[in-house]
Design a protein around this ligand. Structure first.
Ligand SMILES: [Zn+2]
Length: 411
């Protein structure tokens, strides 16, 4: 019997399941060939919603040292994400009138993919990136970067060193923060009195509506609606004044906030998204109950597809060794007898094996040698990009498969 789970944000006791995905290996723990015979650690992957604040969150069951041991991977950014970063830097510089006297700070700044665009526009920057090897890459590229974990303590150190952000950016990191309140308190501390905070998070509304259960994994602790994001920020003296709905990661929010006393008025699209979430039932705990049924429907449809393909003697493979793919494959019980291999563009992953399913990871060129019949796109959020890149596979009649929310064969 494990201890009762409590909300990462408001500490209320959690009793409502969104979906219980069973025991799963960590999504980013890729294996070497020599590890294939060893027992693989598995941990419960159980998502719940808080009845008080509606934060959706996974049970806190993996020891932190195990989770953080997996943080040292390079994120391989897609072409569309690099472009997303460049456009954001340009528009934010213009709209916030940033210049040589401003400071842009990004938390979880990775290899400087975003900050380099501000720097190139003559705006001073500071990156904060906990993975030392990744921070070193940013430094080498001329993006000043502190190799530290961000939280309230480090934020106070920055302020003591007279470093506060006129623009503070946290893209796709809030969901991965184990101590949510300490992290957001740090954001409030390091944000200058008139500064603007921009956060991007996957949108819970899109996750639920599109049955994106494969974006649930152990290292992804929290899943935010606009409503809950606003509550968390408010609790730390921050106030949202605008929000954008973005297509990235299957549907994300870009939330714009300031300190509460900035006197900016709420935008029209903020008011309208609040209403949209309420109308969709996100403020009703019962709404979350139907999700598990939708997930089961997805699993059934994917299993049916694999069985039918096998009966027809077809070769099924996958594209993209991403975290979300591992949740899907392991929840559906996929093994190498169902799918021969997965390809990935990242040389860091090629030659290794997916956790749980043990699919070998090859380079995309491997398609040309083996001519598979079906290519399952695991990072379905990049489907158009991948289909365009892999046009060559059509020469032997291969077809793409999108597994979520139910199997779709792309002709
Ligand atoms: Zn809560």
């Amino acid at each position: 019997m494990t201890a009762p789970q409590t909300c990462h944000f408001c500490a209320a006791r959690l009793s409502r399941t969104v979906v219980d995905l069973g025991e799963m290996p960590l999504a980013n723990s890729y294996l070497e060939e020599s590890q294939l015979g060893e027992p693989e650690p598995r941990y419960p992957l159980h998502a719940r919603v808080c009845d008080q604040c509606f934060l959706v969150q996974v049970d806190d069951v993996v020891p932190p040292e195990v989770i953080f041991g997996h943080y040292a991977y390079f994120s391989s950014y897609s072409d569309s994400w690099v472009e997303h970063a460049r456009r954001f830097a340009q528009s934010a510089t213009r709209e916030l009138e940033l210049g040589p006297d401003s400071l842009v700070i990004e938390v979880a700044s990775n290899d400087g993919y975003l900050l380099k665009h501000f720097r190139d526009g003559g705006v001073p920057v500071l990156g904060i990136e906990p993975a030392t090897n990744v921070a070193a890459v940013a430094q080498a590229a001329g993006v000043p970067t502190e190799a530290r974990f961000f939280g309230s303590e480090f934020a106070s150190e920055l302020v003591a060193g007279s470093r506060q952000a006129d623009l503070l950016v946290a893209m796709n990191v809030l969901a991965h923060v184990p101590d949510l309140n300490d992290f957001v308190a740090g954001l409030a501390t390091v944000l200058s009195p008139r500064g603007v905070l921009v956060i991007e998070v996957q949108h819970l509304l899109r996750l639920i509506e599109s049955v994106q259960f494969d974006t649930i994994y152990h290292e992804h602790f929290s899943y935010f609606s606009l409503h809950t994001a606003e509550r968390v920020l408010n609790a730390h003296g921050l106030e949202v004044f605008d929000v954008e709905e973005l297509p990235t990661h299957g549907g994300s929010l870009r939330v714009w906030a300031t300190h509460v006393d900035s006197e900016r008025s709420a935008s029209e699209r903020l008011l309208s998204l609040r209403e949209k979430e309420a109308a969709a039932g996100l403020l009703d705990p019962l709404r979350y109950g139907g999700f598990a049924r939708d997930v089961e429907r997805c699993r059934q449809s994917f299993s049916d597809f694999l069985v039918a393909a096998s009966a027809d003697g077809k070769c099924v493979v996958a594209y993209g060794a991403a975290a979300k793919g591992n949740t899907l494959l392991n929840f559906c019980g996929v093994t190498v007898s169902d799918m021969a291999y997965v390809v990935d563009r990242s040389p860091h992953k090629q030659g290794r094996f997916l956790p749980g399913s043990h699919l070998p990871i090859r380079s995309p060129e491997y398609f040309m040698q083996t001519r598979p019949d079906y290519i399952t796109i695991l990072p379905w959020n990049l489907r158009d990009e991948i289909v365009a890149q892999m046009e060559v596979v059509r020469s032997w009649g291969a077809r793409f498969v999108i597994p979520v929310p139910v199997v779709e064969i792309v002709n």
